[in-house]
Design a binder for this molecule. Structure first.
Ligand code: NAD
Length: 454
């Protein structure tokens, strides 16, 4: 039986839509449709699959503003971020539209015949998306999965289904055949778990919390089901004394407060070399206070609200037990607002320093030298992203090789590009998304030997 769920705008606390949540039976029907559609979709010629993905990208492009406005209302993302996010779906689809015609196997020299490999689609792929980046994370699974010849059932986060629902409609409008890309809004523990237990779903592509990720991995083991996990992070932004401190300090707030800190790549630990610590903090404080926390629909807004009141309470609980160095500002009244907050964590022991907060909070610590910077960066069980600021590129590269994380940037805080691989070390996940090899995660490599003996 379907139920309706009210979707709340986190900036106003008003209901903006009501969405039908799927039950298990409907989810099973969607999976069955996807399995049926997979038989046809894998036979669509590479050039036609490419053409359809290109068309899908173009249709998304002509709806960027509509998708962005939906995300502002549903998720409280700033309008400029939301436009980027919708544009990222367009770009990912366009990038992977080049893949079907290039997803070639190999011819391997062997005795007595010819040996060739093929990349076969897996079948149905279940994509489970969190609430913090509903559009990009949907696109990162969807683009390469479809390009490799799979069909997709996608479960958006319960709180943020609106853009995914719209994307599925746009896919149909672009000519993607019925059943090839379906969205099933619903609860994680039931609908998401159904992707794990249903035998026709051959892979689960999960992005979300470590607790849910572990459960999914355990469940997938029963069927030896393929799984990609993109989980939490507690990334380090490492600033050496020889860096351009003005640039490092000016951009550090956005490396952690972007999307109100609800970002798996948030550089929520700021490691500053002791000899430059005072100077850096002098520059950092005004930069934090200048962050424009405003109505996300305002063109100049740089940070919106948190997603729910419960998320705000969770973030607040960390602050209540920490030493606050300084804070920025946030609106008062309705909406789940939380001001950017800077903590000092000299002993590196508190919960706020160790755990992923998923809010606009950064802990600043000191380090003495290169070795200590790497050791501190690596003391987290996570390893997703991070930054290194130094004018000494040899040092920056040594540190980059030493830090155990999947996506690093030097003299920059940007870690996501659709054309480069993305994913975590250690407990931040398993597998990689995006980049030139993403289709490998959605394909089985098949080896065929053909005898040439008489
Ligand atoms: P969450 O784990 O609560 O939910 C994520 C998705 O999984 C939702 O769609 C949810 O309904 C579903 N789900 C929940 N329990 C499930 C279960 N038992 N079986 C199947 N599906 C289930 O996470 P969230 O709160 O939506 O997102 C925040 C988390 O996501 C943070 O930890 C963040 O770091 C992580 N994240 C990681 C990346 C990355 O790429 N590494 C990107 C964004 C977010």
């Amino acid at each position: 039986m379907t139920t309706q769920l009210g979707i709340i705008n986190p900036a106003t606390e008003e209901e903006v839509a009501s969405v039908e949540m799927h039950d298990i039976e409907e989810t099973d029907r969607a999976i069955d449709r996807a399995a049926q559609a997979a038989l046809e979709w894998r036979r669509v010629t590479p050039a036609d699959r490419a053409r359809l993905l290109r068309r899908f990208s173009e249709v998304v492009d002509s709806h960027i503003e509509e998708l962005a406005r939906l995300e502002v209302a549903n998720s409280g993302h700033t309008i400029s971020n939301a436009r980027w996010e919708a544009g990222n779906v367009r770009d990912v689809l366009a990038y992977y539209s080049g893949a079907p015609e290039r997803h070639s196997g190999r011819q391997i020299p062997v005795a007595g015949g010819v040996d060739i490999t093929f990349y076969e689609p897996l079948g149905v792929v279940g994509i489970i998306v969190p609430w913090n980046f509903p559009m990009p994370i949907a696109g990162w699974g969807l683009g390469p999965a479809l390009a490799a010849g799979n069909t997709v059932v996608l479960k958006p986060a319960t709180l943020t289904p609106l853009t995914a629902i719209r994307l599925a409609q746009l896919g149909l409008e672009a000519g993607i055949p019925e059943g090839v890309f379906q969205v099933v809004p619903g609860d994680g523990a039931t609908i998401g778990q159904r992707f794990v237990t249903h035998e026709a779903v051959r892979k689960v592509c999960f992005t979300g919390s470590n607790a849910a990720g572990r459960k999914i991995m355990e469940g997938c083991a029963a069927q030896v089901k393929r799984v990609t996990l993109e989980l939490g992070g507690k990334s380090a932004n490492i600033v050496f004394a020889d860096a351009n401190l003005e640039r490092a300090a000016a951009s550090a707030p956005y490396a952690v407060f972007d999307n109100a800190g609800q970002d798996c790549c948030a550089r929520s630990r700021l490691l500053v070399q002791e000899s430059a610590y005072e100077r850096f903090m002098e520059l950092f404080e005004p930069a934090v206070k200048a962050v424009r926390v405003l109505d996300p629909a305002d063109e100049s807004s740089e940070m919106g609200p948190l997603i729910t009141a419960a998320q705000r309470e969770s973030v607040r609980s960390y602050i209540d037990e920490s030493d606050v160095a300084f804070r920025g500002s946030a609106p008062e009244g309705r909406g789940y607002w939380f001001a950017p907050t800077v903590l000092e964590a000299p002993d590196r022991t508190g919960r706020a320093y160790r755990e992923e907060i998923f809010g606009p909070v950064v802990s600043v610590v000191r380090f003495k030298d290169e070795d200590e910077a790497v050791a501190i960066a690596n003391e987290s069980p996570y390893g997703l992203s991070g930054s290194i600021w130094s004018r000494d590129i040899g040092r920056a590269l040594r540190v980059a090789r030493g830090v155990e994380t999947g996506a690093l940037s030097v003299n920059s805080n940007s870690s996501v590009r659709y054309s480069t691989p993305f994913g975590g070390f250690k407990q931040s996940g398993i597998g990689r998304e995006l980049g030139p090899d993403a289709l490998l995660g959605f394909s089985e490599e098949k080896n065929v030997f053909i005898s040439t003996e008489e």
